[in-house]
Write a protein that binds this ligand. Sequence first.
Ligand SMILES: [Zn+2]
Length: 445
Amino acid sequence: MTEILIRNALAILTMDDARRELAGEDILIRDGVIAALGRGLSAEGAEVIEASGCVVTPGLVNTHHHLYQTLTRAVPGGQDALLFGWLKTLYPIWARFGPEEVYTSALTGLAELALSGCTLTSDHLYLYPNGARLDDTIAAAQEIGLRFQPTRGAMSIGESVGGLPPDSLVEREADILNDAIRVIDAHHDASEGAMVRVGIAPCSPFSVSRELMRDAALLARDKRVMLHTHLAENDEDVAYSLASFGCRPGQYAEDLGWTGADVWHAHCVKLDAQEIDLFARTRTGVAHCPCSNCRLGSGIAPIRAMRDAGLRVGLGVDGSASNDSGNLILEARQAMLLQRVARGADAMSAREALEIATRGGADVLGRPDCGRLVPGKRADIALWDVTGIDSAGSWDPAALLLAGPVRVKHLLVEGRQVVRDGHVATLDLPRVIERQNRLAAALRG
Ligand SMILES: [Zn+2]
C-alpha cells in the first residue's frame, strides 16, 4: 500500500457536486485513489507533500490536441493563414514525419501539458507517414506518466479526388478501420482508473468520406470506444458542408451516427441554436479550443449558450501548430476572457472556466472517475504555488485564472508525482528538448 498526504492546503477547489472549496485541509491518497479529505488527517509512513502555500485543484483535462504538431510551431508560412491555407502549408512538412518525430513531439507536448497542470489528455493523430503509429504516442504518454486517451484519426480524401490533403498523407479506408481495430485491441482499457483508452477519430468531414464517418461510428459502438472529430470550426468549414453534403455540420453528424454521450467534437465555433439544442439533447460533447480559434481567426464559440443549454463542454489546447503554445491553464484563462469579449464581463467566472478545464473535460472524455477531488476518485491532482509573483497582492488566490501561476508546483497522476517542485520528475526534459530541436532543424532542412 502506498500513501501520500497532501497537507494543510491553503485552498482545495474540489469540483465536487457542491463545488466545495476547503481551507486548511488535507488530502489522503491511497494506491492512486483519493481516500479522504479533511482537517488534520494523519497517515503513518505516508509521503507528505506540504501544501500550505498552494491552491489544490483536480488535474486539468485536455480534450483536444495533435501532439505531433509540436515539431511545427510558428512555421513562417502558416503564421498568419486561415484554417485551409494553414493546412496547405503544413501538410508537406508533416508528410516527412516518421515514428521518431511522432514520438518525440508527443513527449514534448505531454511535458508541456504536465507543467501547466494537465493530468489527462486526449490526442488526435490523423496522419501516419513513413511507418508512424498511434503506439508511438502511447509510448510517450506511458514514459511521462500522464493519463492518455489517444484517438486513431484518419484522412482518406486526397487532393486528386477533391480533398484538401496531399495524396501521400491519406490512407485507404479499409486500412484505417483495420488499424483502428488493432490499436483498440492492443491498448484500450475500459476499466475504472484506466491509464490508456483509445478512441476513433476521422480527421474532419472535409478529409474523409461519408462512408468512413458512418463506418467509424459503427465500429466505435461495436468496440464501445469514443468518437471524436473536428466540426463547424469556421465559416469555410460550414460552407464546405453546405456545398458538399447539402446540410449543416450538425445535421451531417446526426445523420451518420455522430451524436451521443460517446461522441465529442472539437471547436464547434459555428454551431447554431438548433445544433446546440441537438448536442445538448443527445449528450454530445464539445472540445472548446479558444487559443486556436483566436490564432486562426475562426471566431468565438458560443460556450455561454452551450453551457446554459446543458451541453457538455471541455477544454482543448489544440495542436501546437495552431496555438502555438500548449499551456492548459492559460487556455482556461483564454476561455474565460473570450466569452467576456462576446457577452460581457459576467459571461464566465474564473471558477467556471476552471470547472470546464477539470470536471467538464473529464465528463466529455467519459471519465467521471477523474476531474474532481472526492474520495473514491483517481488521485489526479495539481498543486499551484500562490506565494510567488503571479499571485502577489491577490485578495482571492483561489481565483487562479485571474492572478495565478501558469505552471504547477506539483502534479500527481494516479497518485504518482509527475511534476515535483516545478520540474518534470519522470523525464530528462533537457534531453527531450534537445532531441526535439534537432528534429525540427532537420525538417527545416
Ligand atoms: Zn484540431
